[in-house]
Design a protein around this ligand. Sequence first.
Ligand SMILES: [Zn+2]
Ligand SMILES: [Zn+2]
Length: 259
Amino acid sequence: MNSVKHTSAPLAPASLIKMGLHFAASVGAETLWPTQCVVCNKPGEILCEICRINLPYIDQSRACTKCGAPFGYVQCSECNSVSLAAANKTQLPFDTCRSVTVYTASAMKVIRTWKDEGERRLGEHLAQAMTHMIDPRMISKNSTEMPTISFIPATKQAYLRRGFDHAEQLAQLISKQTTLPYTSLFKRPSSKDQRKFGRSDRMKNMTGQFSLNTKAPLPPRVLLIDDVMTSGATLFAASDLLRLHGVKEIACLTFARVW
Ligand SMILES: [Zn+2]
Ligand SMILES: [Zn+2]
């Protein structure tokens, strides 16, 4: 039998020049702006091991099994009938929600440096922590219930200001890490920045703000990604629309949660 020898094609001179320039640019950038931890400023890594370990992780065994609120396992203050009535709901529009950390000062520093100061390398750390939160049964190769990953898009204004869509980056990285399918389901909304509003104003501001990207039937199961859950208004509005278009199961996953 003839053996086939696989050899990689030699790199064209243009590719070599490009690689050389990229390397030189990285070295130059590292000399001018050495990498340091965004939380403690220790040089070396963008998020050092100690700060990564000390992030305010939510104890999932004590969190609400529906909305993911910390300490809501026995009785949840966030998704009981009174709280839902304040959001004009009788039940949660999604099936489950989980968040990795509480939105305290250190988590906020990581997210703001990533989103607003353009430090996109942090996206890898956030996505990796979020991937660990996904039920392994969902991503098992034998699973017949694999969800499709999608994300809450940034508003048009935020996208132009930042130059990238942060939740899209997370969704794509998580899809890569889990091999779950990925699709962009929503058009970019043009609503006002939610950060300025209180809880009830956030609900009003988001109602009807989402529209779909596609006219094709939606996947039956969706894993919806966002960076921070604040009042839940954004995830509620997006989930309402998915339900309206026949999505049967909606799980939400965020990196942080305001608490
Ligand atoms: Zn650190
Ligand atoms: Zn709850």
